[in-house]
Design a protein around this ligand. Structure first.
Ligand code: SAH
Length: 372
C-alpha cells in the first residue's frame, strides 16, 4: 500500500486520517521508515523541544486482583513472590528521584482496590508532595499514578492528595481482542468509563496499548491511534508485547526485529497524528534490544521512566521476560541513561514536571473561553 500523502508533507498536517495512519504503519522499506522517523523526530523538536523528561518509576506492589493473560504478575501466576513496599520505602524512593533532579515520579502497582491500599497510596502521595518541595521544585515533585481501574471516589482522593497525572492503558481499542486477553470480570466498557472518570477527577490522562498482541492487526493499531486522538488523550505509554514468565497467552509473540520496527513506527505515527502529547519510550523496548529506549526517542518519544524500585523487589515485578536493569542500582541507571539521551541529540529536562503540552494547551483554551 502506498501512503495517500507524501511523508515529507506529514509534519505540517493536522489531519492524518485512518488510511494515512495505516499506510504509514505498513511501511517496510528502510528509506520510507527513515523518512517517517525523521518527520516524527523533527516534529517533536518543533512542538516540544529537545528535552526528554524523566519519571522515576516505583513499583509499589506486585499483588494484583486481575488475571490479564499477558501479564507476569497476574493473580493466577503462583510462581511470583508477592510484595508490597512500605510507605517509608515508597517515599524514600520518590524523594531520591526529586533530589536526583528527576522532576517527576510514577507510582505503579498491580490492581488493588482494598481500603488499606487506597489509603497507603493517598498517604504516600501526600507525604511525597510535602517533603519534595525545594528551591528546585517549589511545588514538589510531579506524581503520575499507574494503578489500574478504581472508583471515581478513589481517583478524586488521590488527585486531592497531590497526584496530577494518571496512566491507564486500554491495551487495545478492539473490544473483542480486549475480551480475549482479559478473562474474568474485566470489561472494555469499564476501562472506557475509567478514562472519563480520570479526566473528571482533574488528571492529565495517559493511555496506551501493547503492540504485536497475538491476533492484533495493523488495522487495529491504526484504530488505536485514532482512538487516542478521538479521546483527546494527553500522554501515551505503549510498547511491544513480550511473552511473560509462566505465559498464559495463546498465540505467539512476533519476531523481535519485526516487533521492534512496528513498535517504533507506532511511536512515530502517534507523534505525527497527536502532535503535542507526551510519549514514553517504554522499558519494554529496551527488553527487545539494549538501545531500545534511545530508538524510541529517535522516533519521537520525549519521556523515559528510569526504575527506582528497591533492588530486592525489582525481580518480582516482571511483567514480561527479559526485563532490563534488574541488577543495576538507581545511581548506575541514572548515569547510564543520561549518556544514552545525549547520544540521541536530546538533553534531560532536569527539575521540571515536563507536563503534556497538549494538556496545557487545552487548559489555557478552557480558561480563555471562561474569561479567566
Ligand atoms: N495495574 C496497573 C499497572 C499494570 S502494568 C494497570 O492496570 O494499569 C502496566 C502495563 O504493563 C500494562 O498496562 C501492560 O500494557 C504492560 N504489560 C503487562 N504485561 C506485558 C507484557 N507481557 N508485555 C508487554 N507489556 C506488558
Amino acid at each position: 500500500m502506498t501512503p495517500t500523502v507524501s511523508i515529507e508533507e506529514l509534519p505540517a498536517r493536522t489531519d492524518l486520517d485512518r488510511d494515512a495512519i495505516l499506510a504509514l504503519l505498513s511501511l517496510s522499506d528502510p528509506e520510507g521508515i527513515e523518512r517517517l522517523r525523521l518527520a516524527a523526530f523533527d516534529l517533536t523538536t518543533r512542538l516540544i523541544g529537545d528535552e526528554v523528561h524523566y519519571r522515576g518509576l516505583v513499583e509499589i506492589s506486585n499483588i494484583c486482583a486481575c488475571d490479564c493473560c499477558y501479564c507476569g504478575i497476574r493473580k493466577g501466576n503462583r510462581d511470583v513472590e508477592r510484595y508490597t513496599l512500605s510507605r517509608e520505602q515508597v517515599v524514600e524512593s520518590a524523594l531520591w528521584s526529586a533530589e536526583a533532579g528527576y522532576g517527576s515520579c510514577v507510582l505503579q502497582a498491580g490492581e488493588r482496590r482494598d481500603p488499606s491500599f487506597v489509603a497507603l497510596i493517598e498517604e504516600c502521595v501526600r507525604e511525597i508532595k510535602e517533603r519534595s518541595v525545594s528551591d528546585a521544585l517549589p511545588e514538589g515533585i510531579g506524581i503520575t499514578l499507574s494503578l489500574g481501574e478504581q472508583s471515581p471516589k478513589t481517583y478524586e482522593r488521590w488527585r486531592a492528595a497531590g497526584a496530577h497525572r494518571y496512566l491507564l492503558r486500554i491495551e487495545t481499542s478492539n473490544p473483542e481482542l480486549f475480551t480475549r486477553i482479559h478473562p474474568g470480570a474485566q470489561r472494555f466498557e469499564t476501562r472506557m468509563r475509567a478514562l472519563g472518570d480520570l479526566r473528571d477527577a482533574g488528571f492529565q490522562v495517559g493511555t496506551g496499548v501493547m503492540i504485536g498482541l497475538p491476533g492484533q492487526t495493523l488495522a487495529d493499531l491504526a484504530d488505536d491511534v485514532c482512538f487516542f486522538r478521538s479521546r483527546d488523550i494527553d500522554m501515551i505509554g505503549m510498547g511491544p508485547y513480550i511473552t511473560a514468565p509462566n505465559n498464559a497467552m495463546g498465540g505467539r509473540m512476533m519476531r523481535r526485529a519485526a516487533l521492534l520496527s512496528l513498535a517504533l513506527k507506532m511511536i512515530a505515527v502517534t507523534r505525527l497524528a497527536l502532535r503535542d502529547v507526551n510519549i514514553a519510550s517504554t522499558t519494554a523496548l529496551q527488553a527487545l534490544v539494549p538501545d531500545g529506549r534511545e530508538r524510541g526517542i529517535l522516533y519521537g518519544a520525549n519521556v523515559v521512566m528510569p526504575n527506582l524500585t528497591p533492588r530486592e523487589a525489582r525481580k518480582n515485578y516482571q511483567l514480561y521476560e527479559g526485563k532490563p536493569c534488574i541488577e543495576e542500582t538507581r545511581t548506575e541507571c541514572s548515569g547510564c541513561l543520561e549518556r544514552r539521551i545525549l547520544s540521541c541529540g536530546r538533553r534531560v529536562g532536569w527539575n521540571s514536571w515536563g507536563d503534556s503540552r497538549h494538556y496545557m494547551a487545552r487548559e489555557s483554551e478552557r480558561c480563555t473561553q471562561h474569561g479567566a
